[in-house]
Design a protein around this ligand. Structure first.
Ligand SMILES: *Cc1c(COP(=O)(O)O)cnc(C)c1O
Length: 396
């Protein structure tokens, strides 16, 4: 394993501090490294592998599509993309979709759509977007421009203009930022990277009302919190509020790189042929994965499962929070939970990996729990035993 790691450090650009593990195989909720060591996975490739590893039906569907047709370009129609579009629109309540290859690209598309909507209405190119502090929307220039963490943005400035940042869950603050140039308000329904902060009902409903009153498009970034993670297909469905545009990725392909932005007709209509494009986006391979993911969500009753297991995880993490003074907050919804510690969690994560548990952080002090959605209570118990040992070992 060490030789792979040394080689990797020579060939890759230094954009990550990786954990010292070379992963090799997966089965269910477990991963194996190249030495055969087994890990219980509470990260799911950063909220991606909702269905767990090695699902036979999913793998078979991909193999079939590989043999049939991988790619067509968007100069032609292909059947898997049409079926996948139908399923995503049905699940989200949106009217039209554009498939991308990643989350960041979905965000780029959503930004372009909002700007085009404003441009069509006003014939002017001076639109503004309101984004949230502590948000995360991806690493491309447009996505970075609406990401509310200075550390990510600063080295790459000047970024895209026309962005102002407001305070998440502070309706008065957002209201004060609106002017007649505001074309969109963009937010994660549950801030992921920013530290597992759910939007309050009051905030989300209030922002929707502001958007309605001023003809502003509301964009929900569902890339991490969507696809069943909160117990609803999309997190906004927990609030009975609908956005005008959503972005989706991560678990949408359950391992195959694919994203999407989808919109209500009113917004989607702003695009005309030539306004946006992608070579790979929506190709038959990626969208065959999306199709199978939606099919399996149904067949395996993933939402029902999440609604059974998530309260258990929530309760157990709550108990830990009460028991250990070093845990200063517990936040999250469904199988997207976070524990905020009084100190950086990196040591806990490393100790957990030694003991065969994969956990990740969100920022420096928050442990993030985003397991595969097929997790069972017994896996949660197994995780808790290791986690508690690591907490005790890390106490200052
Ligand atoms: C991961 C993530 C993105 C970026 O997705 P990529 O596929 O990494 O480009 C955007 N928004 C949110 C909320 C995310 O969690």
């Amino acid at each position: 394993m060490q030789s792979y790691i040394e080689k990797a450090e020579k060939v890759f650009m230094h954009t990550y501090n990786r954990y010292q593990i070379v992963l090799d195989q997966g089965e269910g909720v477990y991963l194996y490294d190249v030495n055969g060591k087994k890990y219980l996975d509470f990260a799911a490739g950063i909220a991606v592998f909702a269905l767990g590893y090695g699902n036979k039906e999913y793998r078979d569907a991909l193999k079939l599509q590989i043999d049939q047709l991988l790619h067509t370009s968007n100069l032609f129609y292909n059947v898997p993309s049409i079926k996948a579009a139908d399923k995503l629109l049905e699940a989200s309540g949106m009217d039209r979709v554009f498939f991308t290859n990643s989350g960041a690209e979905a965000i780029e598309g959503a930004i372009k759509l909002a700007r085009k909507y404003y441009y069509k209405k006003h014939g002017a190119s001076d639109s503004q977007i309101i984004a949230m502090r502590h948000s995360f929307h991806g690493r491309s220039i447009g996505a970075l421009s609406i990401t509310g963490t200075k550390k990510y943005r600063e080295p790459f400035e000047p970024l895209m203009g026309g962005v102002v940042f407001g305070e998440f869950n502070n309706l008065d603050n957002i209201k004060s930022l609106i002017n007649n140039k505001t074309c969109a308000i963009v937010m994660e329904v549950i801030q992921g990277e920013g530290g597992l902060y759910p939007a309050t009902e009051k905030f989300i409903k209030g922002v929707r009302e502001l958007c309605d009153a001023h003809d502003i498009l509301l964009i929900f970034d569902e890339i991490q919190c969507g696809m069943g993670r909160t117990g609803s297909m999309f997190a906004y469905q927990n609030y009975s509020v609908e956005p005008d545009i959503i972005t989706c990725a991560k678990a949408l392909g359950c391992g195959v790189p694919v994203g999407a932005f989808a919109a209500k007709e009113k917004a989607a209509n702003a695009f005309a042929p030539g306004d946006h494009g992608t070579t790979y986006g929506g190709n038959p391979f990626a969208t065959a994965a999306v199709n199978k993911v939606f099919e399996l969500f149904d067949k395996m009753q993933i939402l029902k499962k999440v609604n059974e297991t998530a309260p258990y995880l929530h309760q157990k993490l709550e108990e830990l929070t009460i028991k250990y003074k070093c845990i200063i907050d517990h936040r999250g919804v469904g199988l997207m939970q976070g524990l905020e510690f009084a100190f950086p969690v990196n040591e806990i994560i490393k100790k957990a990996m030694d003991k065969g548990l994969i956990l990740i952080s969100a920022g420096s002090n928050v442990l993030r729990f985003v397991p595969p959605l097929i997790i069972e209570k017994e896996h949660i118990d197994e995780m808790l035993v290791i986690l508690e040992q690591c907490i005790v070992d890390s106490l200052p």
